[in-house]
Ligand binder design. Structure first.
Ligand code: SAM
Length: 279
């Protein structure tokens, strides 16, 4: 039997483990995905087979291995100003509503991947402030969270190669918000970086230490979860949103059948959800 063979029992145990740990639901025949994502870890953790890797992953003491497995199984696809409309709505509708707020505006990027989303939010805020001097007297704080420690390190480092920079960033923004970094990469300027902070958060866990937010971006992550987990996450996000706070989902995601406590605002282009006022 090859080292990359994954027997059915191990595969099924792994599916349950993954859904319990981070909500990601694997279909019944996604063995190829598990194999291709986990095979590189076999050498790193000195394991002879994928089945052994799965067995070790399930052992409570293997924290480091578990984190590496979750890292390997998450999809981190992202880009700058993804879908465009959330950032247009931010600049044309949401930020004007908050511009005189006497407390800091708090914006949460709840699955920040390698940082493009929270940094795009910060760039949008800086552009808005330039056109509207004196707005946000107490400042704006953007908080990026993710389950993947590797992605969070990437976010904090704030360096991007030409491939990443080519996805969604205009020449003007590249010029304005980046400077020369290490090894031919460009790094995010301090002006943007200092508005954004990062910390680990598994969306399945409690958000009680997160504080309250005016705007939440929870984009392109709910698609991996079961309807029950989606509902739990949305209800927790509802709990951390300030009165009449806003929620952006991914372009292919919706709250239909999941939660009734938000109003859906069709903005042409795009949709944003707003926390309903209690009756
Ligand atoms: C496809 S990326 C989306 C990035 C960004 N929001 C966007 O729309 O471009 C999904 C991110 O969700 C993160 N993720 C997956 N499961 C998670 C969980 N249970 N808690 C927090 N983040 C999770 C992954 O690590 C990954 O970085």
């Amino acid at each position: 039997m090859s080292a990359r063979h994954l027997d059915e029992k191990s595969y099924n145990q792994f599916r349950i483990f993954l859904e319990q740990q981070c909500g990601i639901v694997l279909g019944e025949s996604k063995q190829y995905l598990v194999k291709s994502r986990l095979a590189p870890l076999m050498a790193k953790f000195d394991l002879d087979s994928l089945s052994e890797l799965v067995t070790r992953t399930l052992a409570p003491v293997e924290r480091q291995l578990r984190a590496a497995v979750i890292d390997a199984m998450t999809t981190n696809e992202t880009l700058w100003f993804r879908d465009d409309y959330p950032y247009k709505l931010l600049q044309n509708k949401l930020l004007p509503e908050f511009k005189a707020q006497k407390t800091p505006i708090k914006i949460w990027s709840a699955a920040s991947s390698s940082g493009q989303e929270p940094y795009s939010i910060a760039m949008s805020v800086l552009e808005y402030q330039q056109k509207n001097p004196g707005s946000f007297p107490r400042g704006v704080q953007v908080i990026g969270t993710d389950i993947s420690t590797t992605m969070l390190e990437h976010c904090k480092y704030g360096h991007y190669d030409s491939l990443a920079l080519a996805r969604g960033l205009s020449a003007e923004r590249k010029q304005r918000f980046f400077e020369t970094g290490d090894n031919g990469m460009l790094k995010i300027k301090d002006q943007v970086k200092k508005m954004v902070s990062f910390r680990p958060l598994n969306l399945l866990n409690s958000y009680s230490l997160m504080g309250k937010f005016d705007i939440v971006f929870c984009r392109n992550v709910l698609i991996y979860f079961s309807p029950e987990i989606k509902a739990k996450i949305i209800s927790q996000i509802h709990g951390v949103l300030n009165k009449q706070g806003y929620l952006f989902l991914g372009a292919s995601e919706s709250l239909s059948g999941i939660n009734q406590d938000f109003s859906m605002l069709r903005c042409n282009p795009g949709i944003v959800y707003q926390k309903k006022q209690p009756n």
